[in-house]
Design a protein around this ligand. Structure first.
Ligand code: ADP
Ligand code: ASP
Ligand code: MG
Length: 404
């Protein structure tokens, strides 16, 4: 018997009407003769609302208690969805992450899935039950609730599909698939019929929220095809799969990330070992550094500029301030009013001039580039945050034709 894993995001289960709609999708697959495991996110903005509630009682709550709180959102939507399916006369059971066998690392708020013990899910399927699993959560070795990081329900679904050898993994969301840019911001963005794992991974990592990047990483590892589609329209979506089967485009998409900050260390002595000192200190504190730029040494000193996730900016400044004297640098300048705008495309490897075209699009709108970083299949620029929406539109227009 075939097994379908279906994931429904927050907007797909935001109220009773949407929950009933999702119940229809799940039971239709069940009536077609498949086993179905559905993974759900918290309803609508529940997770954001919980974060706001936490800050009302404690500006810096412990990560353990945060996960205790945040994991509650998915419990609500899973039970409500199971009730809706019950009322339609189908056998169903909802399971929390730990009941579905998810063990994770202890890193609260950003836990990694270590293992899925599939016994319980297999037993429920043997009983012909539809299973609803709470996304985004698991339990660590201390028996405490953990969450997988914002957007992590996608990863829960892909992990179940891999562990249970599902025949189909569908990620239902509020848009019709993966587009060449965020379709809410760029109305002329085009839906891709398919995209390679590598390109999707870059887009997801560079800010296209539509899939959690770790879900793509895992799908690639296990060679699991994912379909991203709308829970409202019934249209075919986008297939994420191995690149040899994918329609080749020079650029597959434009993404934007506002969750970023830029830090410059000014007046670093121009001698060996200092970059090593700075970046090893940051990595010891688990601060990931993204784009790095070092100026040419002049008068015996140079500047080192890099970007970090916005939430890590204050920690990074503190760490560098502590060793400023030791490094021999003069000062630190930080700015979180920046955005990273990127283009992704496997075709750029074999097409010269893509970077020039991207920079031309920005120049034509007088948008200044602060930093540039490239890899084989992506080009990113750091710009002023206030320019970022205009930049995405200008770049999208350049590669995909004028939009309104
Ligand atoms: P869900 O709640 O279903 O997990 P998300 O809000 O996490 O949904 O992700 C879907 C959203 O991702 C869309 O509403 C869209 O605004 C945004 N998005 C950003 N970039 C893209 C893109 N390239 N293609 C499709 N959607 C995108
Ligand atoms: N509810 C969680 C969040 O809002 C997980 C998810 O939606 O995937 O981040
Ligand atoms: Mg999501």
């Amino acid at each position: 018997m075939s097994l379908v894993v279906q994931k429904f995001g927050g907007s797909s289960v935001r109220d009773a009407e949407r929950i009933k709609n999702v119940a229809e999708i799940i039971t239709a697959a069940y009536k077609d003769g498949s086993n179905v495991i559905a993974v759900v996110s918290a309803q609508g903005d529940t997770t954001d609302d919980f974060i706001a509630k936490a800050s009302e009682v404690n500006p810096k709550p412990s990560k353990r208690e945060m996960d205790m709180l945040l994991s509650a959102g998915e419990q609500i939507s899973a039970s409500l969805l199971a009730m809706a399916i019950e009322s339609m006369g189908f056998p169903v059971v909802s399971l929390l992450g730990w009941q579905a066998g998810f063990t994770t690392s202890s890193n609260y708020g950003d836990a990694r899935i270590k293992k899925i013990d599939t016994d319980r899910m297999k037993k429920e399927l043997d009983k012909k039950n539809i299973i609803i699993v709470t996304g985004f959560q698991g339990v660590n070795r201390y028996g405490d609730m953990t969450t997988l990081g914002r957007g992590g329900s996608d990863t829960s679904a892909v992990a179940i599909a891999c562990a249970m050898h599902a025949d189909l993994c569908q990620i239902f969301t509020d848009v019709e698939g993966v587009f060449t840019a965020d379709p809410r911001k760029i109305p002329k963005a085009q839906k891709l019929s398919s995209i390679s794992y590598d390109e999707m991974l870059e887009l997801a990592t560079l800010g296209a929220q539509v899939l959690h990047n770790r879900s793509v990483e895992m799908a690639k590892k296990y060679n699991l095809e994912i379909e991203v589609l709308s829970s409202l329209t019934g249209e075919r979506g986008t297939i994420v799969k191995e690149d040899k089967n994918v329609e080749q485009m020079i650029i597959s998409g434009v993404a934007k990330d506002d969750n970023i900050a830029r830090i410059s260390i000014v007046g670093v002595p121009d001698k060996p070992g200092l970059a090593f000192k700075i970046f090893s200190k940051l990595s010891q504190k688990s601060i990931n550094v993204d784009i790095i730029l070092q100026s040419i040494g002049r008068n015996g000193t140079k500047d080192i500029t890099f970007t970090v996730e916005k939430a890590k900016m204050d920690d990074a400044i503190l760490i560098i301030e502590e060793s400023l004297e030791n490094i021999g640098a003069t000062s630190i300048v930080a700015d979180d009013n920046v955005s990273k705008v990127s283009i992704v495309g496997a075709g750029m490897e074999s097409h010269p001039g893509v970077a020039a075209e991207m920079f031309e699009a920005l120049f034509e709108k007088s948008i200044n580039i602060q930093m540039i970083s490239t890899s084989e299949i992506k080009i990113s620029v750091l710009i002023d945050k206030q320019d970022s929406d205009r930049a995405v539109k200008a770049i999208h227009d350049k590669f995909f034709g004028e939009s309104d």
